[in-house]
Write a protein that binds this ligand. Structure first.
Ligand code: ADP
Length: 155
């Protein structure tokens, strides 16, 4: 077990539907530490890199356009096994199929408009955190609640 950092984006739909606070609260109350947090207007160039694995899909441009509709909120979250924990909190991609209790299951009715992006592996998390945050935008302060958040052999 180890502390990991992962990238989360609160998508434009989340900003438009005034769900920023509610979604951030899901991550905070779980016990994840916010290592970085900012608002950004994404560009087609950055999104072509970020969603390169979708380049051949018919909806590629539509997904990118949706991600540029207004600023997003970018977050770097940290915790033990944070990448998997955040993916579990987010739920499956299609909001209509995502189980109740997950963020997408609770707030999304759409495959595309699904509230959050979350890194899906240690390799992508490393690349994605560096894609969205400069080193001096990531803060390694310590939380004073670790002993209440984890058993002492878990971190
Ligand atoms: P995830 O965000 O769950 O990791 P992907 O990396 O496969 O999923 O896709 C990136 C984003 O592209 C999704 O979050 C969603 O907004 C959009 N997307 C993926 N597949 C579809 C689809 N079949 N129809 C519409 N939008 C899609």
């Amino acid at each position: 077990m180890a502390f990991q950092k992962t990238l989360v984006l609160l998508k434009p739909g989340t900003v438009q539907r005034a769900l920023i606070g509610e979604v951030i609260n899901r991550f905070e109350r779980k016990g994840l530490r916010i290592a970085g947090l900012k608002m950004m207007q994404l560009t087609d160039e950055l999104l072509s890199e970020h969603y390169a694995h979708l380049a051949e899909k018919p909806f590629f441009q539509r997904v990118k356009d949706s991600m540029m509709a207004c600023p997003v909120v970018a977050m770097c979250l940290e915790g033990v096994d944070a990448i998997e924990v955040v993916r579990t909190l987010a739920g499956p991609t299609n909001g209509r199929k995502a189980p109740a209790g997950t963020i997408r299951g609770d707030y999304s009715m759409s495959f595309q408009e699904n509230i959050v992006h979350a890194s899906d592996s240690p390799e992508t998390a490393k690349v994605e955190v560096a894609r969205f945050f400069r080193e001096d935008e990531i803060f390694d302060y310590s939380m004073n609640n670790l002993l209440s958040t984890y058993a002492n052999d878990e971190y």
